[in-house]
Design a binder for this molecule. Structure first.
Ligand code: VGL
Ligand code: ZN
Length: 199
């Protein structure tokens, strides 16, 4: 069985949002067209407490884009985004959410970020996505959404490591490109580990 995993199609990641991904809105019609092809549809949501330590606002004199040590990880600082229960954390109202079977929330621990839909960035906390897939008899996952160079990439790398056949649908992802070339490098990294990048 194959599951479609829709990654973080939330208002804050769309143009005009707190951490708007350029052209992020373009993935929505593509995803809406794909949804009916899958019997299992899972959406992840970035779901931070207001004092999440990935927010530059939580670090004196640090600004967005700076990198700071956070626990065992090196953390890029972001604008406040996807704060639990805010409009920015809602799925886009253009996304067809009717046929989403499960929502998996991540980034809920204030002290560690979670780019992957499976695990926190320190590899410790699990979101429950793996057990959900295993209990549902899923062997293959198709990934779409935002952002190519962060949450899509890390979710795809973990999916491969966990033994799932993994495809990323290129037409249905967009990235941040904080440093130019990040998305290209993300695709290369995913390909190298065994992710199938499909048009
Ligand atoms: C994401 C940066 C910070 C993402 C989440 O969904 O790709 N990026 N938090
Ligand atoms: Zn986040």
């Amino acid at each position: 069985m194959i599951a479609l995993i829709i990654i973080d199609v939330q208002n804050d990641f769309l143009p005009g949002g707190a951490l708007g991904v350029p052209q992020g809105d373009e993935v929505i019609p593509v995803i809406n067209r794909l949804i009916p092809e899958y019997s299992m549809v899972i959406a992840t949501a970035d779901w931070h407490p207001a004092d999440h330590q990935s927010f530059a606002s939580q670090h004196a004199v640090r600004k967005v884009g700076d990198i700071v040590p956070l626990g065992e990880t090196q953390q890029v600082l972001w604008p406040d985004h996807c704060v639990q229960g805010t409009l920015g954390s809602d799925f886009s109202d253009k996304l067809d959410t009717q046929r989403i079977n499960h929502v998996v929330r991540k980034g809920t621990n204030r002290d560690v970020d979670s780019y992957s839909g499976f695990f926190d960035n320190d590899g410790r906390g699990a979101t429950g996505l793996e057990s959900l897939l295993r209990e549902s008899g899923i062997q293959e996952v198709h990934l779409v959404g935002l952002a190519t160079d962060y949450c899509v990439k890390f979710t795809a790398l973990d999916a491969v490591k966990l033994g799932f056949q993994t495809k990323v649908i290129q037409e249905a992802v967009r990235g941040v490109d904080l440093q130019s070339g990040d998305c290209e490098r993300a695709f290369a990294e995913m390909r190298d580990i065994g992710v199938d990048i499909v048009a």
